[in-house]
Design a protein around this ligand. Structure first.
Ligand SMILES: Nc1nc2c(c(=O)[nH]1)N[C@H]1C(S)=C(S)[C@@H](COP(=O)(O)OP(=O)(O)OC[C@H]3O[C@@H](n4cnc5c(=O)[nH]c(N)nc54)[C@H](O)[C@@H]3O)O[C@H]1N2
Ligand SMILES: Nc1nc2c(c(=O)[nH]1)N[C@H]1C(S)=C(S)[C@@H](COP(=O)(O)OP(=O)(O)OC[C@H]3O[C@@H](n4cnc5c(=O)[nH]c(N)nc54)[C@H](O)[C@@H]3O)O[C@H]1N2
Ligand SMILES: [Mo]
Length: 780
């Protein structure tokens, strides 16, 4: 590589992921957010049998056995919540909403924990304190004023507990709507939709034990060093057993290359690390379907030449649709596969050979697979690949979607879905004695579209940062302001709270880490991890303020005020969460003896029929899919289209920005960058450090992000990457996977142009990036 010009905040990171850098970063997170004497105790209680579930990610724990599973980003998630900073009524008295909107997402959350229920006062453009009962009464009054309950949207972010989510859906369904937009609609919905079609259930099928027995891992489109850090311990163990790990990712992610396990004394003492990926394929963004088809096509060829490659017995006994898949693979040309995936036939044949050799394979995947307009079809192709060699229902094998929020899977299990099953609705009717609505409601994109077209009037958010997480803020932010009512249950202030409706309430909740005492004493909540393990979580910290209420208590408060003739005894459920769990047990299959089983450390596993080779599909068999061509239902990309990926930095949790570094990718103190391959830089006549504008290629409104610094990066040619949520201005709201409704956040067709702004490149002040483009946008 030729000598590059110096760009502020951009320096290559040469070390492994993890290691001493991770320990140092943890110490910094603690120092910035917490009183240091409390921090060690709090962190020790994360993911322990008697502690709380880590709000960081949904990766399970090894039987909650280690003394302390160290995790840098788990520590950040915990200290961010357990911070000693506070957002009080005095704070709100000093700041108008307009002035807060001009601040960055990072600054807003960094002000600290919300302490009092607040109501928006349009006359002063400020939030003012409100009594809990007055807030509930007014919310109830507005909700009761609508002629149709479908004018209200009930949003859930996946940090909510099973108990809170269950009460939330009960409230909305008794009120009369199935409008349940949730974060999963922007995330793993293609898994929830695609896997039931293939294997009869929308969940992963592996457990941690399977990683001890697996012979091959294929890791596609996820970045565990940042997003599922506790998974790195598992991958590290697997790699040290010399089990091949084949990675498909357009970006070279350091943790997938080399990792030093902070729990490993020798690695730490000797500054050594372990190689994680045995082979690393830099597939083009959106090119996974072509790559997967290439591997399967090569597998068929191997079967033809050497035999014994497919699990013929399994295919005959347990599946249907194989011949159609085989015929389609036959008809797909290598030329198309190579062009679309950016990988060679030879490379994909190597993967097929490794796969044919392995007696037990796990495929892990994340947002790199789901956030495309072919997301659901992509997920089904992964299932197809596994089905071809019977990699379900045997030790060491299966499919492993890496879930997002710590309880996003549990929320879905207990009824947060806009398309409830008839069986579930019947149980609700039998147990509670009201008739729930049967029609399908809105998912996240449809909810926002209904707000944009004016048909939805109110939004109640159980956590999250709805408007910032969704695409196209230019369209969505103004729509928020046309609502009659928005209500936010949250721990920290964010931009969605500030996009005020005619009336807006911010209702502060107890966090996971905090003690929750109700009439019958301290309560615990339950969550379900990525591997369908349900377990209890109980916070111990003194609440951030005496005025906080628990999520179940707030949902119950709104329900009582909205539904005077409710069939549900809300107060008794809040008094003792065991009673909520008893109701979940009576209405959702799989929760037998719920209250007994969560009292066993480690909890219990929800039913997973594919692990016993049982398939809950209409025919009782697992079903192969057919993915036509290499871009199913879409035109192949034109040669000059760049494919934009939006990604998370190492110092962020979704829309929460902890700090401005992305250590492993060598970006420090800024987020206003575009990652680009050197060949693409050259083809565009650009240099590392130049200022560019990015433009979405779409037939609709012009979508642009300006004044971004382009940097040279080891990314697949033709693919570029920028940070979420800043780059959401480039994602059209209706650019979705039609099967699941999930926005295509990872394959936006864009054009990159030298910036019209005549700023001297290389002189970009790092501080300028503190105000995100989204902030600038909101202020304008
Ligand atoms: N610390 C931290 N932890 C988190 C989160 C967080 O923001 N911060 N978020 C939580 C949530 S809600 C979720 S959903 C998960 C997200 O966890 P991940 O699924 O890891 O999500 P991303 O970081 O968005 O992107 C994943 C990876 O996909 C790659 N990729 C992009 N496009 C493609 C493609 O077309 N093909 C392939 N093969 N790869 C591609 C990117 O280079 C990146 O490495 O993490 C959860 N855990
Ligand atoms: N461009 C682009 N957009 C994306 C993505 C992407 O990869 N690219 N990823 C998508 C994905 S995978 C997801 S999951 C969504 C995330 O969408 P959301 O889940 O809506 O967003 P978060 O940023 O996780 O929400 C953060 C807020 O949650 C609140 N909060 C935190 N803890 C608690 C709690 O315990 N209780 C309550 N009530 N509130 C709490 C705080 O107020 C905080 O400000 O974003 C999606 N948007
Ligand atoms: Mo997510």
């Amino acid at each position: 590589m030729s000598k590059r010009r110096e760009v502020p905040g951009i320096r290559p990171y040469d070390g492994p992921a993890g290691g001493w850098g991770a320990l140092r970063a943890t110490a910094t997170a603690v120092r910035q957010q917490m009183e240091s004497f409390e921090a060690p105790i709090v962190l020790m209680r994360t993911n322990q049998p008697t502690g709380f579930d880590c709000p960081g990610c949904a990766w399970p724990d090894k039987e909650h056995r280690s003394t302390f599973q160290f995790c840098e980003n788990g520590a950040k998630a915990v200290t961010w919540e357990a911070t000693t900073k506070r957002v009080t009524p005095e704070f709100f008295a000093q700041h108008t909403v307009s002035s807060l909107l001009a601040m960055s997402d990072y600054e807003l959350e960094d002000f600290g924990r919300l302490t009092h229920p607040m109501a928006y006062d349009a006359a002063t453009d400020k939030f003012v304190p409100v009594a809990w009962d007055a807030a509930f009464a007014r919310i109830g009054e507005i909700l009761r004023s609508y002629d149709s309950p479908d004018k209200v949207e009930f949003y859930t972010s996946g940090r909510a507990s099973n108990e809170a989510a269950y009460l939330f859906q009960l409230f909305a369904r008794e009120y009369g709507t199935n409008n349940f937009p949730d974060c999963s609609n922007m995330c793993h919905e293609p898994t929830s939709v695609g896997l039931p079609m293939s294997i009869g259930i929308g969940k992963g099928t592996v457990s941690l034990d399977d990683f001890d027995e697996t012979e091959l891992i294929i890791s596609i489109g996820h970045n565990p060093g940042t997003n599922h850090p506790r998974m790195m311990g598992t991958l590290h163990e697997v790699a040290r057993r010399n089990v091949p790990i084949i990675v498909f990712n357009p970006l070279r992610e350091r943790a997938l290359e080399r990792f030093a396990d902070p729990q490993n004394i020798i690695e730490m003492a000797t500054y050594s690390s372990t190689k994680i990926a045995s082979t690393y394929f830099q597939v083009k963004a959106g090119g996974d379907a072509a790559a997967l088809k290439g591997i399967m096509k090569a597998l068929l060829a191997l079967e033809a030449t050497q035999g014994n490659v497919l699990d013929r017995d399994f295919i005959a006994t347990h599946t249907e649709g194989f011949d159609a898949l085989a015929a389609d693979l036959e008809a797909t040309s290598w030329a198309d596969i190579e062009k679309e995936s950016g990988l060679t036939r030879d490379e994909l044949e190597q993967v097929a050979v490794a796969y044919a050799k392995s007696n037990a394979t796990i495929v892990t995947y994340g947002m790199g697979i789901t956030q495309h307009n072919t997301g659901t079809a992509n997920v089904r192709l992964i299932a197809d690949l596994l089905l071809m060699r019977g990699n379900f229902g045997k030790p060491g094998a299966g499919i492993c979607p890496l879930r997002g929020h710590s309880n996003v899977q549990g929320n879905r299990t207990v009824g947060i879905t806009e398309k409830p099953s008839e069986d579930f609705l019947k149980r609700i009717e039998n147990v509670f004695g009201f008739t729930p609505p049967h029609g399908h409601g809105h998912d996240a994109v449809k909810a926002m579209q209904a707000m944009v077209d004016g048909s939805s009037k109110a939004l109640i958010c159980l956590g999250g940062n709805f408007a910032v997480a969704l695409p196209d803020p230019d369209l969505c932010f103004p729509a928020m302001k046309t609502l009659d009512l928005s209500v936010h249950l949250g721990t920290k202030l964010n931009r969605t709270h500030l996009l005020v409706a005619k009336e807006t309430f911010i209702l502060p909740v107890l966090g996971r880490t905090e003690l929750d005492v109700q009439a019958t004493g301290p309560q615990s909540i339950t969550v379900e991890d990525s591997m369908s393990m349900v377990h209890a979580s109980a916070g111990r910290l003194k609440p951030a303020s005496a005025h906080l209420r628990s999520e179940p208590a707030i949902v119950a408060g709104m329900a009582q005020a909205t539904l005077p003739a409710s069939k549900v005894d809300w107060q008794s459920l809040v008094d003792d969460y065991d009673r909520i769990r008893n109701l979940i047990e009576r209405t959702v299959p799989g929760f037998d003896d719920y209250n007994t089983r969560i009292r066993v450390p480690g909890g219990f596993r929800m039913p997973l029929p594919p692990t016993e080779r049982k398939w809950d599909t209409p025919s009782g068999k697992a079903i192969f899919s057919v993915f036509k061509g290499v871009r199913e239902n879409y035109e192949p990309w034109a040669d000059d289209v760049l494919r934009l990926i939006t990604i998370r930095s190492h110092d962020q949790y979704n829309t929460t920005i902890y700090a401005l570094d992305d250590r492993y990718r060598g970006v420090f103190g800024r987020r206003d960058v575009l990652f680009m391959h050197p060949n693409d830089l050259a083809a565009h006549g650009l240099e590392h450090g130049d200022l560019v504008d990015i433009e979405t290629i779409s037939s609709g409104r012009a979508l642009r992000l300006t004044g971004i610094t382009v940097i040279e990066y080891n990314i697949a040619p033709g693919s570029v990457a920028a940070y979420y949520p800043e780059a959401n201005v480039l994602v059209p709201l209706d650019y979705i996977d039609e099967d699941s409704g999930t926005p295509s956040y990872k394959s936006i067709p864009v054009r990159v142009l030298r910036s019209a702004q005549p700023v001297e490149a290389g002189a970009t002040p790092a501080a300028a990036s503190a105000a995100t483009p989204a902030a600038t946008l909101a202020a304008s």
